[in-house]
Design a binder for this molecule. Structure first.
Ligand code: SME
Length: 155
């Protein structure tokens, strides 16, 4: 595992890099049952492979999302159902790609450096149990390839 993460040579094409990231996530989570542990490691692995501005989970708690494990700057702690990009992905139960956060009505700015964003809902027993939120300091960072692979992450 140590070698897999510290000596990784990053593929230049995005699909290959995502395939390698998914293998690393599976390797690091398959023998661990603690979910917080796995979420923490998943954010760290995504960061190793892509070094986005911010990568983290928000966990459903009642009618709010609560900040979970993440990599990056301290972030907003609670997001209401239907609010911001995260709360909207939860409500609509689908991945949301935002090319320019300034053009998403109700976007919640935790960090003014964030310019584009993708939020992927994660399901347990048919309901959204958390969302994976990734922010980029560049406009228009995320596309269907990111969506395709990020939706494959098993927590
Ligand atoms: N931008 C998000 C809030 C979370 S931060 O990006 C970490 C949103 O609008 O829901």
């Amino acid at each position: 595992m140590k070698d897999l993460i510290t000596k990784v040579e990053l593929s230049t094409d995005k699909p290959s890099r995502y395939e390698e990231m998914l293998s690393a996530i599976e390797a690091i989570t398959e023998n661990e049952s603690n979910q917080i542990t796995n979420l923490a490691n998943i954010t760290a692995v995504i960061n190793v492979f892509f070094n986005f501005l911010w990568t983290g989970f928000y966990l459903v708690e009642g009618d709010e999302l609560v900040l979970g494990p993440f990599q990056g700057a301290p972030a907003c702690t609670r997001i209401r159902y239907g609010k911001g990009v995260c709360g909207t992905a939860w409500k609509e139960q689908k991945t949301i790609i935002v090319a320019n956060v300034e053009q998403f009505p109700g976007h919640i700015a935790c960090d003014s450096k964030s310019k584009s964003e993708i939020v992927v809902p994660i399901f347990a027993h048919g309901k959204v149990s958390m969302v994976l939120d990734i922010d980029s300091e560049k406009l228009n960072t995320f596309d269907e390839t990111d969506q395709y692979y990020l939706e494959k992450i098993k927590v």
